[in-house]
Design a protein around this ligand. Structure first.
Ligand SMILES: Cc1ncc(C[n+]2csc(CCOP(=O)(O)OP(=O)(O)O)c2C)c(N)n1
Length: 706
């Protein structure tokens, strides 16, 4: 049959053959029927969650037709079923996710269905927080640019394409998240090849767009972003969508900058099965939406242009139905993950940072370094060794203005830890970020999924909180939720802690226990220059995300200086260091409390109490075996940390000692830590709030009395 395209927009796309147009229709139908099938299965309790892509199909198939799977990169949100079908994910694979099957390629039964992921097509695992994915997309796009600019990366040719696009989608509601604006900020500042698709169905659950967005029109708001190509379309119209996406993609492929397509769509199936839109959407509005149904519109187009008959459409629907039913039957019978596999993929199954491979010999080089010098040297040596390492954060570069660099000494971080890195490794690998912590971590996640090795800096622990969502819900969970198909090994270096005499509530915080509560991250907390170098190298070379906590007060002390132990010196994680021998009491400690514990132990000696001091060095994992072996010997234990006693990490250790070593205890486990207040500015108040040597000494004496 010859296509007779009467429709004005359709004329512009006569390059699509009849077969291609029918395939577009079939894909939309398949997407809708899969939603219907899932709804049925959920009603039968055969699956456990459903969220539909109904009403979004036209713009998504247009995106799928435009973009290139396994070439471009995809960060789709949960409505993007039609896109994922179009780029190659099969109905069976989708339904494997619905039933939580072992071989679900998106997650192995870890993540809800419709949270797409498929390594074969460069579809990076999605999470559920609205909007986090936009920063990953920016990082992934940046990774492509970095691969194109850093010729030292040996296998870079296989890792990027000169004209690749990173696609990311989100609802109009999610554009209210700060992360969306952080992403646009970076994408436009760096002219990154990102294609943002905003699927505006008018509601975020029950909240209408006018309440969400000033003027109710997101594309109007973003038109002022320099270099951003913006288009606003009816996303229920396949041809308008295809035109807009092709133009946007051409703009991005030509490296003119990022693009944003704002597509107005409909949402006929309520937000999810837990929502009933009749509660807040009047019947007339629902009827008006129904008239814009993209599938009905497209079949009308096909019929009115004599491209298909009613019988052919019915046959296509029956064929789709058959395909969906067959896939469902097969998926329902698929193997489920066994309970014994519940803990798989929290951490890398391939690289174990506690293993002997990370126990490399020390080869002392030169005079003692401070912790600052030790970290700086380690960063330099590792960046020389591995050109995939990129360093960014606030103020980490020497000077962002290239013309200034030869004229100045360089900043290199507010504490100078990254000084000289930009000069040595160039501004593609060492650069300042905007003042936006979520974007620092989120971009790192995106880069790491593409196998760069981000070593980012959060300027102060006190300001890590905007990045908490990215740390807790993204960085630490990427491997687990994707069934080990995606991972984001990266390092977040964070200056932490107080004792600054004037640091106040916002430059003195501790809080490692908060992150120890996030499965998937490793936490290192060195107290000496030598440990800082050895643990940082392990952090960089390991395959898991690492929070590397650097105590500001320890940066430039003389008591913890040490010789640089060479370019390959590593300390395995989970290996405590006995800083002082002792028979009567064991002090378990870390960070700035190590020195205070040593001083307390010296004092206790005068009372003939022999106290051992054990520096944990890493919090996750922590060295339980060594703690246990010393507790069995001393039968008395004090746990001393800078963080508040209330919910500090000492509580975890104390509970475990009480639970597993009760028979070996001759005294109650004592904890020493900060009072349950913020850290005050006035030095006397600070001293009263943070734990001092005298507090540890008192605990040692009290414990020794038993
Ligand atoms: C950070 C975060 N807050 C709240 C939620 C709960 N939630 C899930 S979807 C949703 C609405 C999203 O609306 P929109 O971005 O417009 O996308 P739509 O679902 O309408 O396609 C909300 C509030 C969430 N998942 N993540």
């Amino acid at each position: 049959m010859k296509a007779v395209l009467k429709d004005r927009e359709a004329h512009a796309f006569a390059d699509l053959s009849r077969d291609q147009l029918l395939a577009v229709h079939r894909c939309m139908l398949l997407s809708r029927k899969l939603d219907d099938k899932e709804i049925q299965l959920k009603g039968q309790s055969q699956i456990f969650f459903q969220i539909s892509g109904a009403g979004h199909e036209a713009v998504l198939v247009a995106a799928g037709v435009t973009l290139k799977p396994a070439y471009d990169w995809f960060f789709p949100y949960y409505r993007d079923r039609a896109l994922c079908l179009q780029i190659g994910i099969t109905p069976y694979e989708m339904l494997l996710a619905s039933v939580g099957a072992k071989d679900d390629p998106a997650s192995g039964g870890r993540q809800m269905p419709s949270h797409w992921g498929h390594p074969k097509y460069n579809v990076v695992s999605g999470s559920s927080p609205t909007g986090t994915q936009v920063l990953h997309a920016v990082g992934a796009a940046e990774a492509g640019v970095i691969y194109s600019r850093v010729p030292q990366i040996p296998d870079r040719a296989s890792r990027y394409h000169e004209d690749e696009i990173t696609y990311v989608s989100l609802g109009e509601g999610a554009t209210s998240e700060g992360e969306f604006w952080e992403a646009l900020n970076v994408a436009c500042t760096k002219h990154l090849p990102v294609l943002f698709l905003i699927e505006d169905n008018g509601y975020a659950i029950s909240v209408p767009v006018e309440v969400q967005t000033p003027g109710g029109d997101i594309s109007r708001l973003v038109r002022g972003f320099p270099g951003l190509h913006v288009d606003s379309i009816d996303g229920t119209d396949f041809f308008d969508s295809l035109r807009a996406l092709r133009e946007a993609a051409a703009y991005v492929r030509a490296r003119k900058g990022p693009a944003l397509v704002h597509a107005r769509v409909i949402r006929p199936y309520s937000h999810s099965l837990s929502d009933d839109e009749k509660l807040y959407k009047p019947a007339a509005e629902r009827e008006a939406e129904a008239r814009r149904d993209p599938i009905a519109r497209f079949s009308e187009f096909l019929k009115s242009n004599s491209l298909v008959t009613d019988d052919e459409l019915a046959a296509m629907a029956a064929d789709v139905e058959r395909e969906v039913n067959e896939a469902a039957t097969k998926a329902l019978a698929a193997a489920k993950p066994t309970k014994s596999t519940a803990e798989l993929w929290v951490y890398s199954p391939d690289v174990d940072p506690t293993s002997a491979a990370f126990d490399t010999p020390a080869r002392p080089e030169g005079k003692p370094d401070t912790m600052v010098e030790a970290i700086n040297r380690t960063l330099k040596d590792e960046m020389t060794r591995d050109p995939r390492i990129v360093v960014f954060g606030e103020d980490v570069a020497d000077a962002s203005k290239r013309e200034a660099l030869p004229l100045v000494k360089g900043k290199g971080g507010v504490f100078k830890l990254t000084h000289g890195l930009q000069r040595l490794y160039g501004d593609d690998r060492v650069f300042n970020s905007p003042l936006a912590e979520a974007s620092i971590v989120g971009r790192g996640v995106g880069m790491a999924t593409r196998k760069l090795k981000p070593v980012v800096e959060i300027q102060f622990f006190d300001y890590i909180w905007p990045a908490m969502m990215q740390i807790r819900d993204e960085m630490t969970m990427m491997r687990y939720r994707s069934g080990n198909t995606w991972s984001c090994p990266m390092v977040i270096r964070v200056p932490i802690g107080g004792y600054l005499r004037g640091g106040g509530p916002y430059h003195s915080q501790s809080g490692e226990s908060i992150f120890a509560h996030c499965p998937g991250v490793r936490i290192a907390y060195p107290s000496t220059a030598v440990d800082a170098a050895g643990l940082l190298r392990t952090a960089i070379r390991c395959d898991d995300p690492v929070l590397f906590l650097e105590h500001k007060h320890l940066y430039r002390q003389t008591y913890n200086k040490g010789e640089y132990q060479g370019k390959d010196f590593m300390i395995p994680f989970g290996r405590a260091s006995l800083r002082r021998e002792g028979d009567h009491v064991l002090v378990v400690t870390w960070g700035a409390l190590v020195q205070r514990s040593l001083l307390a132990a010296q004092q206790a000696e005068k009372d003939h109490i022999s106290a051992a001091v054990l520096d944990l060095r890493t919090i996750v994992p922590y060295d339980w075996e060594t703690i246990a072996s010393h507790v069995k010997r001393t039968n008395r234990v004090v746990i001393a940390h800078e963080d508040q006693v209330m919910c500090g990490f000492g509580g975890e250790i104390a509970a475990r000692i009480a639970g597993e070593l009760f028979e070996h205890l001759d005294a109650p486990v004592r904890r020493v830590g900060a009072r349950n207040t913020p850290v005050a500015y006035n030095p006397d108040l600070e001293e009263a709030i943070l734990p001092q040597s005298s507090d540890i000494l008192k605990a040692i004496r009290d414990t020794a009395k038993y």
